[in-house]
Design a protein around this ligand. Structure first.
Ligand SMILES: NC(=O)c1ccc[n+]([C@@H]2O[C@H](COP(=O)([O-])OP(=O)(O)OC[C@H]3O[C@@H](n4cnc5c(N)ncnc54)[C@H](OP(=O)(O)O)[C@@H]3O)[C@@H](O)[C@H]2O)c1
Length: 254
């Protein structure tokens, strides 16, 4: 049984989708939650109410994780309220879906800032608080198959996920002996707000059963959150700089 009682967990992009599922799963396991969002205030407050009803301490923090100042302010708040940071789930992402020939500099920069630079801002500004963690501090970055596969319209996000995975491993090399584990959860297709916006979403969702080895049991945000829970817990203390794929086996076969 995983017991995170007394731990403080920050989940970025916790208002919706996979981030929301991670926040709820970590709270169920006993952690107090800092729930970050950038636009969905009402949705974030709703998630916080559920967490509060579980008897956990919860704080909702608006911060644009692509901005260094926002990350630093959020960490300052966490330091004042909780005094430490045990778990950081770097989940928030953006990017849009477009062909490689249509990627603009603005699109590239926004995607890399939100999906990659955010991890750097968060780990740098949270490092001091993670040094005060009870047990080993845990950082989990959320990635996708686009980091190593070429998917239609997914070049900008896929490239950012490849960079995210590499930065996570390099952080692991630097911080592994400083009481911090940094790992990656690589998720297959989950039905969320972002995937519903993919131009070819219908085909993607229709193809799920043939790609997965789980028949019509489709990957959910909760399945991803279960892997995040493992990598946030002492059960994974000896797992460092690794990527855990959760996709029902979709990536195993051609
Ligand atoms: N869905 C999938 O199939 C899938 C598969 C593999 C990996 N992933 C990864 O899983 C993560 C979550 O995906 P999702 O599908 O759950 O996305 P989603 O439903 O679109 O939710 C995105 C979340 O990120 C937040 N966010 C976006 N930009 C932000 C910023 N600059 N600062 C702070 N928060 C920000 C949003 O906050 P607001 O609500 O306030 O806008 C929202 O909570 C992403 O890293 C994604 O790449 C998803």
């Amino acid at each position: 049984m995983i017991d995170l009682t007394g731990k403080t967990a920050l989940v970025t992009g916790g208002s919706r989708g996979i981030g929301k599922a991670c926040a709820l799963r970590l709270a169920e396991a006993g952690a107090d939650i800092v729930l970050n969002y950038v636009t969905s205030s009402a949705a974030a407050e709703e998630v916080a109410e559920v967490i509060q009803a579980m008897g956990r301490d919860v704080a909702v923090v608006k911060a644009d994780v692509s901005e260094k100042d926002d990350c630093e302010s959020m960490m300052q708040f966490i330091g004042e309220k909780f005094g430490k940071l045990d778990i950081l789930v770097s989940n928030a992402a953006t990017g849009g879906f477009r062909p490689m020939l249509a990627i603009t500099q603005k699109n590239f920069e926004m995607t890399m800032k939100t999906n990659v630079m955010a991890l750097i801002h968060l780990v740098q500004s949270g490092f001091r608080l993670m040094q005060k963690a009870s047990g080993r501090a845990k950082v989990v970055a959320i990635s996708s198959h686009g980091s190593h596969m070429a998917l239609p319209m997914y070049g900008a996000v896929g490239g950012s996920k490849a960079a995210l995975e590499s930065f996570t491993r390099h952080f692991a090399l630097e911080l592994g002996d400083k009481n911090i584990n940094l790992n990656i959860v690589k998720a297959g297709l989950v039905d969320t707000d972002s995937t519903r916006r993919i131009p070819y979403a219908d085909q993607l969702f229709a193809a799920r059963a043939s790609r997965s080895m789980m028949g019509d049991r489709y990957l959910t945000a909760e399945d991803v959150a279960n892997c995040v829970l493992f990598l946030s817990s002492p059960l994974s203390d000896l797992v460092q700089g690794e990527t855990l794929t959760v996709d029902g086996g979709a990536a195993v076969h051609a």
